[in-house]
Write a protein that binds this ligand. Structure first.
Ligand code: 6PG
Length: 264
């Protein structure tokens, strides 16, 4: 199901493999299938699966499917380590909390050990929270000095301004090359946030962008077929990984048929 356009996703030569699904439900299902396949492949290869989730509304359909069969028993949750790409600095019970939404949508319904769930710290001052999460990543991935964590899957959304995670246009966080997590302010809701930076995102093995709805059509067209203008979502170009975009028909409605998503 779904129509594929564009080249096989490679961080260097193209902006990724683009799949257009009929609607948000099919998009969620394809996303859940890809999540499960990444988990099974990673665990078969190295015995574990490290995934980073984004927040916002788009991924919630996929998350809710992960709380149902065949995903509850089909994904080796006991070998899965779950992190967040970004978080708003609000309590988990707040409707704006990415962790809180994921907890409701699937974490409460899948057999993932609590120690495998790594929410970003939201009860500490932003600078300290960023330091704590960098330490958490270093400890969890046992990375060599300076080597960023290697996620098997990073799920990203895109804002109408082209942001992804909490990497917002024009902010200095876009130029960070050392620190894996930074405190930022921005977004809707406007908030203090923590976000992973490009050293982590561009070290990912599989990047999965999800975009749904007509209000994303403009930015999806710009990011995938417009000139490279340094939009945050365009800067996600994993050197050793693949990029896949899952769009529903509405979000893909301004993509010009037949026009490559190659770099122009
Ligand atoms: C966040 C998200 C953010 C999100 C986009 C799209 O915490 O705000 O990580 O990057 O993916 O803003 O949000 P929607 O899916 O709600 O459109």
């Amino acid at each position: 199901m779904g129509e594929k356009i564009g080249p096989e996703g490679t961080g260097k030569s193209g902006r990724g493999e683009v799949w257009i699904l009929p609607d948000a439900l099919h998009l969620a299902r394809r996303g859940a299938d890809m999540f499960a396949r990444a988990a099974q492949q990673s665990i078969a290869l190295k015995g574990n699966f490290a995934v980073a989730l984004s927040g916002g509304s788009t991924p919630r359909g996929m998350h809710r499917l992960l709380a149902q069969e065949p995903f509850v028993s089909g994904i080796p949750w006991d070998r899965t380590q779950l992190f967040w790409v970004d978080e708003r600095l609000v309590p988990a019970r707040d409707a704006a909390s990415n962790y809180g939404a994921a907890e409701k949508d699937f974490l409460e319904h899948v057999p993932i050990p609590s120690g495998h769930i790594h929410p970003m710290p939201v009860e500490t001052p932003p600078d300290e929270g960023a330091r704590m999460y960098r330490r958490e990543l270093k400890k969890s991935f046992k990375t060599k000095e300076g080597e960023p964590p290697l996620f098997d899957l990073i799920c990203l959304g895109i804002g109408k301004d082209g942001h992804t995670g909490s990497l917002f246009p024009g902010q200095s966080s876009l130029d960070e090359r050392e620190k894996w997590v930074l405190p930022v302010k921005g977004g809707t809701p406007y908030a203090d946030r923590l976000t992973m930076t490009y050293p982590v995102l561009n070290n990912g093995k599989r990047i999965l962008f999800l975009a749904s709805g007509s209000e994303k059509a403009g930015i999806v067209g710009r990011v995938l077929q417009g000139r490279l203008s340094g939009l945050p979502a365009q800067r996600v170009r994993p050197v050793g990984g693949t990029v896949v975009w899952l769009l529903d028909k509405e979000a893909a409605s301004l993509l010009e048929k037949g026009k490559q998503v190659h770099d122009t």
